[in-house]
Design a binder for this molecule. Structure first.
Ligand SMILES: [Zn+2]
Length: 505
């Protein structure tokens, strides 16, 4: 007897506050796009697919049916054409592989498409139509995923990451695959309960390490998993995604073995704790000059200046240059590293030799709503094809591209200019260009969480600085138009609320 198990991945986090739409090239450039058997190349990666394969390839009774693996950095929503291609790849391959007995899908949860608010729900429903009502369907999600009614209705298992910074994509895949196989073999009968909250929280204080509010919530979820015998999985989702869709909010998903009431009770408990701690997620933000002054008072470096409003891992274009402008106005003398996405500037540097001094106009070319370009003279210090290899995180062990890239020197600042925005795990981007973070006094980082891990051994301090952009740490700053109201923290809300709890059965 053998079980035919299909596996697929379509993963990117969207941001509605960045103009335009992402095309298929965005996956192949900033992540990976592997079709059919090529997907098996992720066998030894740290990704969810690596986790799926570790279980399935080790099971003598399983025949793996690889569909597609597409992962990109976060960005603006996908174009309809791009999404339709990815969806058709999955559905066509499923139609050519009848008798699928189970399927594992890796999604982010907060992906959007040009004309679809919930493509992951749509994908799950469409897969369900092809495979029928019997074969179990498991979905893995980022813990920033926005879990929807449609996803829950179409699936048998929903498993979120447990860690932030995200270091457990593999384990999440592994867990989903184990539970899926138990379901396929009839050993368990999972019931999914989803508790949704009118709550939007940014990620800055949402680490699962230490004693912050989200770490405590995750510990409570662990406790529920360990002490409630019927609970198969408890996931909590801290949604501060920058997508403007009606069904946006934090949630909890609890899966039990055939006990609907218990699943609902536990999901409600976790969501209520999340609500009660909501005020602990507020972030202290400093003006650039204050952060620099405080940094100068600290001996040594690097001191991180966090441009959280231009977080490329949150979908921002990464083209913000306001921090560099402010540092130049402040005439800082210390060695400083910064980064910006600007394909036009990279292109302009092409005909000039290393060491040339040229006039540039850099930054805010993709989205001028958040600022104006910096016009200055700069010296070309280095250039490359932009290939980088990640040492950890959701891309761990894979290679992606920043696109053609150059390093420019402007006064005491070394500015890395790339063609594409890439996910910031540690400092792989700077390393690849010979920009040494250990030797810099200030390092500008477009990230709100991973720096805690990536710079843990070297940083002497960090400050969130007040800058414009589409991924602020204060959700009140964004021009949401379609989210359901009232919602915290934008509207005045009661202290006690009842989460909306639904199940898949
Ligand atoms: Zn995430």
């Amino acid at each position: 007897m053998s079980f035919r198990i299909a596996i697929a991945q379509v993963s990117s986090e969207s941001n509605h506050f960045v103009p335009g739409f992402s095309e298929l090239e965005f996956f192949s450039n900033t992540g990976y796009l592997l079709e059919g058997e090529d997907l098996l190349r992720l066998d030894s990666s740290d990704t969810e697919i690596g986790g799926f394969l570790s279980v399935l390839l080790g099971d003598q009774e399983v025949e793996v049916v690889p569909l597609i693996a597409a992962r990109a950095n976060s960005a603006n929503p996908l174009s309809d054409k791009c999404y339709t291609y990815l969806k058709d790849q999955i559905l066509n391959r499923l139609e050519h592989n009848p008798s699928i007995q189970g399927i594992l899908i890796s999604n982010h949860g907060s992906m959007c498409v040009q004309s679809k608010d919930d493509p992951e729900g749509d994908l799950a429903q469409s897969i369900r139509k092809v495979i029928g009502s019997e074969a179990p369907l498991a979905i893995t999600l980022d813990l920033h995923g926005n879990v929807t009614q449609e996803m829950v209705q179409a699936s048998n298992l929903i498993i979120g990451y447990r860690t932030y910074p995200h270091s457990d994509a593999f384990k999440t895949g592994e867990k989903a695959a184990k539970l899926l196989m138990q379901t396929v073999r009839g050993q368990i009968n999972p019931v999914v309960a989803l508790a949704q909250l009118p709550l939007l929280l940014t990620s800055f204080h949402a680490s699962t390490e230490g004693n912050g509010p989200f770490a405590k919530l995750r510990k409570e979820a662990d406790q529920i998993e360990q002490t409630h015998l019927k609970v198969l999985s408890a996931s909590v989702f801290n949604v501060g995604s920058y997508i403007d869709v009606p069904e946006l909010g934090c949630s909890a998903v609890v899966i039990t073995n055939n006990d609907k009431a218990e699943a609902k009770r536990c999901a409600n408990k976790l969501a209520s704790q999340h609500w009660n701690d909501r005020k602990s997620y507020e972030v202290e933000i400093l003006e650039v000059e204050n952060a620099v002054r405080l940094g100068q008072e600290i001996e040594g470096g690097p001191i991180l200046l966090l441009d959280t409003a231009d977080t490329t891992g949150g979908g921002a274009a990464g083209d913000g240059i306001t921090l560099v402008k402010r540092l130049l106005e402040l005439k800082i003398m210390e060695s400083t590293l910064a980064t910006v996405v600007d394909p036009e500037t990279v292109h302009m540097c092409r005909g000039h030799a290393i060491g040339s001094k040229i006039q540039i106009e850099v930054g805010h070319r993709i989205d001028s709503r958040w600022g104006q370009p910096l016009k200055t003279k700069a010296t070309i210090m280095n250039r490359s094809d932009g290939r980088i290899r990640y040492q950890g995180g959701i891309f761990g062990g894979t290679e992606v591209s920043m696109g053609p890239s150059v390093v420019l020197k402007i006064e005491s600042i070394q500015l890395l200019v790339t063609t594409y925005p890439t996910y910031e795990w540690a400092h792989e981007q700077y390393d690849s260009m010979g920009m040494y973070v250990e030797q810099a006094k200030f390092v500008c980082v477009k990230n709100m969480m991973n720096f805690r891990q990536g710079y843990a051994d070297i940083m002497k301090g960090f400050f969130v600085v007040n800058l414009p952009g589409p991924t602020p740490t204060n959700m009140r700053l964004l021009p949401f138009q379609r989210i359901r109201r009232p919602v915290y923290p934008i509207d005045k809300m009661p202290d006690v609320i009842t989460p909306k709890v639904t199940t898949n059965l």
